[in-house]
Design a protein around this ligand. Sequence first.
Ligand SMILES: *[C@@H]1O[C@H](CO)[C@@H](O)[C@H](O)[C@H]1NC(C)=O
Ligand SMILES: *[C@@H]1O[C@H](CO)[C@@H](O)[C@H](O)[C@H]1NC(C)=O
Ligand SMILES: *[C@@H]1O[C@H](CO)[C@@H](O)[C@H](O)[C@H]1NC(C)=O
Ligand SMILES: *[C@@H]1O[C@H](CO)[C@@H](O)[C@H](O)[C@H]1NC(C)=O
Length: 474
Amino acid sequence: MDWAFVLVLQIMIQPSLSVLFTVEAEQPQYIAEFGGEVVMGCRFQPKLLSPNDNLMVTWQRVTSSPAWEVYRIDNGVEQSASQHPDYQGRVKLFTKELANGWAKLQITRLRMNDSGTYQCLVKTREGADYKKITLSVTAPYRTVTKHIQKAAEGNEVLLTCQSEGYPESSVIWQDAHLQTIEARTIAAPTPDQLFKVTSEIRVPSSERNNYTCTFKDGHSATLLNHSLQNPLLPSQQQNIKGFFFFTRSDFSSLNDCYKVIIWSDLLSAVCAEEDLGAFVKAHYSNSSFSSDARRRMEAFGAEELPQRLQNSEGKPVNLQGLLPEAGETLFLEGPPGSGKTYVAHILVSSWTEGPKHALSHVLDLNTVRVLLYVDCSIVKRDLFQETADQLSLTKKISTEDELRTVLTRSGEVLLLLDGYREGNQHFDESLKRFLSQKGRCRVLVTARPGDCPTFRDTVGTEKLLELKTQTVKY
Ligand SMILES: *[C@@H]1O[C@H](CO)[C@@H](O)[C@H](O)[C@H]1NC(C)=O
Ligand SMILES: *[C@@H]1O[C@H](CO)[C@@H](O)[C@H](O)[C@H]1NC(C)=O
Ligand SMILES: *[C@@H]1O[C@H](CO)[C@@H](O)[C@H](O)[C@H]1NC(C)=O
Ligand SMILES: *[C@@H]1O[C@H](CO)[C@@H](O)[C@H](O)[C@H]1NC(C)=O
């Protein structure tokens, strides 16, 4: 489909029409983050007179010539044969919105080279028109890892900051007195077309100071005085590689974690997660249900839930299917009384108690380090404030950025949003923003049918679980 064809179409069709057929872009430019998703919209008028109505919608990427076909639907049939391979499995048109005059295209798992100019072309019996839209994919240097190591010779320590992003970034180092320190910074391209930027400085090991590295987009990390007192000894340097690839199983307890933290500040993130996990577990144990309610809940989980839980095609789903994969959002929908809140409480108690839990043979949440349960029926503020408030996280986490880092870093965090209902602007918007930048965070949302149409549309039916209603016995 090209210009000439569009013009011919318009010339052929328009004179006979009383209303001009137009396509308007929702916004001329979209900015979205690497790894996240974007929904670009075109509105067409007049709306369809009947379903499909000879409707053809084509989204193309027109940055290069010839243009790449990103998505096409022709008279209700998706045309995937001509789709450019770069977009396979990553794009979706919100087909339900077509009846409202919207051709909305979602691209997920955004890559740097998705940046460029796109064109939506809509043709119906009434005419044809198109608009161009620019998409810019950004990659902030969001997660800065720090590393500290004794220099091979001399009385110096080597401090390193590393992060990935785009475009290439310089790194500025300052000490606690805001003196700038000269650094050695290198940038290496990654297979994802990002830059892995590594910056290091050398400081005397006797120095009592704090050092902060700051990337061009403002993301920074601080290496504190206390960790400088105990840099790795040369004899322990063989462990350094291990430190970059550590897993949580390297520590059998939180105490171990803190022993290691003395040696390397780099591990503080893992320890923080471990620590947070222990903290929220204590919180859930405190608010444990009465033994009677518990027994009913466990009976529900063992007997009824397996029969009620199914995917969008009506196929049964086992309890383990409630745990989203790292980076996945699952949506569990069920009418009032179908047991959604029981499901959420089963997940919380199962995670809190681990192998001791009555349902541990059918539900293993061992990969989850931190489960954050948010009761959405009482939310008033945004996602981060609510999570922090409801779980008293402010005792452990001081900034929204820190919480965001914990959530998105490892794939070992499960965010459980129970009883979500759209209508609270702060919460809705912050959730939408978070989901587009959620990194490896696992997200499970429960809601009543019809309570969150926008969210449901974004998640798509593959990620939809349903709870059937039966006679409510419990
Ligand atoms: C775009 O980037 C991805 C990796 O992020 C790569 O696999 C793909 O081949 C690239 N596409 C083009 C056309 O260069
Ligand atoms: C280093 O940071 C810590 C914690 O923020 C602070 O207490 C300490 O005073 C700082 N040290 C110097 C030398 O500025
Ligand atoms: C910084 O290091 C010095 C020397 O070891 C120590 O006396 C001081 O307490 C440390 N300060 C902090 C905030 O850790
Ligand atoms: C749990 O309850 C105890 C006693 O009421 C209290 O001291 C503690 O702070 C609570 N812990 C959490 C995490 O709420």
